[in-house]
Design a protein around this ligand. Structure first.
Ligand SMILES: *[C@@H]1O[C@H](CO)[C@@H](O)[C@H](O)[C@H]1NC(C)=O
Ligand SMILES: *[C@@H]1O[C@H](CO)[C@@H](O)[C@H](O)[C@H]1NC(C)=O
Length: 375
């Protein structure tokens, strides 16, 4: 079907379609596409006077909907950039949902509760300002949550307790700082966070999330920080990179020295964008701080927890291997027993047959022989 042709040809194809529809009453999806086509032709008819419509424009006016595909061995729904105001009914079992660049404003407890298998959820560039307390609670497999570039005012604390959450993007939420500083977060948090992006959120004081034994990348760049509490970093004993670009301009040079010393001590890469302040004579002249005991204690606590989690993981793996091996052995054993049993049954049958064969001819002697054999 060529939508770009003149209106006469369109009517011809329309009649063809009518005929086709008549001949296939039962095909509902065909009727649906027919209706869609009708709407399209109507749309095109109103536009036809321009006569300059290109294929691309025709495609752009098509009604848009989510598409499904396999990516990275996962089943995903892609609804990005469709200007949707709510999440449509999607197929169950999806593991990836890309709903970025839409017009979603509120996430309620039941908005996503049906899609419990989601592992990666992308909701960036919407207009989200409100998230219900249990909006994500049912998503126990959720590993990546991208809420960047929204207008979130209040974040439910429950997000930090999602049992599988490893990557949390909250960057570009200019209202978040209003509630973040008063937020009461139960500690320790359950989410095994490896990445936390809080860049461009107008944050003045870094939130206290307690011990984060998996945290590797902390992005707190482009925030007007007023302090750089070294304690925050000591509670992240696996930290490899911290991005502080354009976030430390309001902090007194000497107040940063403890954190900077900590980064150097622990081999943490700290990104600043501009290192001139740290290369100054003024910074050099700041008294070199002693690393206080409580930082070491927090760090060691974090390490211990990390090692414990690692041990649990390895022992779980070991148990799985052992029980798997044991199961395999049992199956083989049972199989062997069965084969032996079958073999025995066959043998016994053979013997009884032989006895029967012998029995009718020489009654008493045969039994005597048998008895003699036994004794
Ligand atoms: C941190 O966030 C900023 C702004 O969102 C981004 O440009 C930068 O690449 C991020 N840093 C890292 C290390 O990912
Ligand atoms: C903390 O640990 C560092 C070495 O990692 C050490 O130099 C420092 O003296 C310790 N601080 C205290 C108060 O024990």
């Amino acid at each position: 079907m060529n939508f770009v042709l003149g209106s006469k040809q369109e009517t011809i194809t329309l009649e063809e379609n009518k005929y086709l529809v008549k001949s296939t009453h039962d095909n509902i999806s065909f009727i649906a596409s027919y209706v869609q086509y009708l709407v399209l032709t109507l749309l095109l008819a109103t536009n036809s006077y321009t006569k300059e419509m290109t294929d691309i424009e025709a495609l752009a006016s098509l009604p848009t909907r989510c598409t499904y595909e396999y990516a990275y061995d996962m089943y995903g729904a892609h609804c990005g950039g469709l200007r949707l105001t709510k999440i449509p009914n999607l197929k169950g079992g999806i593991e990836i949902l890309d709903f970025s660049d839409n017009k979603l404003q509120e996430i309620h407890d039941d908005t996503l509760s049906y899609y419990t298998s989601i592992k990666h959820l992308y909701l960036s560039e919407n207009q989200i300002y409100s998230i219900d307390k249990d909006a994500f609670t049912y998503l126990t497999y959720l590993q990546t949550l991208d809420l960047s570039k929204n207008v979130i005012f209040e974040l439910p604390e429950t997000i930090f307790h999602l049992p599988s959450l490893r990557k949390l993007y909250l960057n570009g939420n200019p209202l978040l700082h209003l509630s973040l500083s008063n937020m009461v977060i139960r500690k320790p948090i359950k989410a095994p966070l490896e990445l936390l992006d809080l860049s461009e959120c107008k944050i003045k004081v870094m939130p206290d999330l307690g011990i984060l034994p998996h945290m590797m990348l902390y992005n707190i760049s482009h925030n007007p920080l007023t302090s750089l509490d070294a304690y925050t970093f000591s509670a992240m004993c696996k930290l490899a990179t911290v991005d502080l670009t354009e976030s430390i301009d309001n902090i007194k040079l000497c107040d940063m020295k403890l954190s900077i010393t900590w980064f150097q001590e622990k081999g943490i890469y700290f990104q600043l964008g501009d290192y001139t302040r740290l290369n100054s004579r003024e910074y050099e002249n700041c008294p070199r701080p002693e690393i206080p005991e409580n930082l070491n204690a927090t760090y060691n606590l974090c390490r211990t927890e990390y090692i414990q989690i690692q041990n649990i993981k390895t022992s779980r793996r070991t148990w799985l291997t052992i029980s798997g091996g044991l199961f395999g052995f049992l199956v083989c054993f049972v199989l062997l027993l069965y084969i032996m049993h079958r073999h025995n049954v066959a043998q016994t049958k053979k013997i009884t047959k032989d006895v029967k064969k012998v029995a009718p001819t020489e009654d008493k002697t045969a039994t005597a022989v048998l008895l003699n054999n036994v004794s």
